[in-house]
Structure formats: C-alpha cells, structure tokens
Design a protein around this ligand. Structure first.
Ligand code: FE2
Length: 166
C-alpha cells in the first residue's frame, strides 16, 4: 500500500508524515474489514432462516446499521489524516483481512458462528493495530477510537454468541 493518495500539504497535527502513512494504512485495512463484515451481515439478514428467523433477521439489521456508522467514522478519520478514503469494492476486497464465502447460504448456526468469528478476528486485529500505533506513532486519539471499536465489536459478538449457547 503506497502513499500515493496522501494529500499535500497535509494537516499539521503534530504527527510525522511516516506516522500519518501508518495511521492511514491501518485505517484503510480496518475500513475494508468493516465493509466486508457489513456486507456479510446484510447477506445473512436477507438469507437467514430457521426457528430464530425474526430475532436473527432483526439482530443482523441492528448490527449492519451500527457498522454503517463505524464505516463512516473510519473513512472520515482517514480524510482527517490527509488521505483519500478507499471507496470501491475492488479495493476493499484487496485490503481486507476477513474472508467471504461467496455462493454459500449456510444454516443459521453456521451464519452466527461465521459472524462471531469475524467480530472476534476484528477485535484481535484492532488489539494489534493499537499496539503498533502506540509504539510507532503514539496517537492517543486514534488509539482511543480503536479501543471504542473493540468495545462495540465485543458487544456485537456477545449478542450473536448467546444464540449458540443452550
Ligand atoms: Fe431488511
């Protein structure tokens, strides 16, 4: 991921150019992850079936609505750090750390388990991102923004995980 989209002159935020590049690289990958999970939630909202249909259909809608907010915040933060935010599906597909399962319409349990796994994988990635940013850039604002996302994904993972427990 190059720095070709870093706008000049950048904002003077007390962050070095290398720092801005690292923040933006992290945020772009995160944006792609959130967009992939957002899409999976919409897919499952449409295609889920079974005895918990209405509960899961609604829960998935709640979660993709929350992710739409998160996506907007992440993208606008990239702009604040002086770079263009990626906004194409092709870029998201290249950048994301998550996997899609095209053409598969699993049973509700597998759908819920896939969503829990994606939320948890995002949480682990966010943890690493925070550690790296803390070491390399030490930008408290973005660190606390990312910590808040951990909280939100943890709650969403829990809401889903409870459907799997007897
Ligand atoms: Fe709907």
């Amino acid at each position: 991921m190059g720095n070709s989209t870093l706008t000049q002159p950048g904002p003077n935020l007390g962050i070095s150019q290398t720092g801005r590049i690292e923040l933006n690289t992290t945020l772009k990958v995160l944006l792609a992850d959130e967009f992939v999970l957002y899409t999976k939630l919409r897919n499952y909202h449409w295609n889920v079936r079974g005895p918990n249909f209405i509960a899961l259909h609604r829960l998935m809608e709640e979660q993709y609505t929350e992710l739409a907010e998160i996506i907007d915040d992440v993208a606008e933060r990239i702009r604040q750090y002086g770079e263009f935010a990626p906004g194409t599906l092709e870029e998201f597909k290249q950048l994301t750390r998550l996997n899609e399962q095209p053409g598969e319409y699993p049973d509700w349990r597998t759908m819920v388990a896939n969503l829990v796994a994606d939320h948890e994988s995002l949480i682990r990635s966010l943890r690493e991102d925070i550690e790296n940013i803390d070491e390399d850039v030490d930008d408290d604002a973005v660190e606390s923004f990312l910590s808040d996302l951990i909280d939100r994904h943890q709650k969403m993972a829990w809401m889903l995980r409870m459907h799997l427990e007897e």
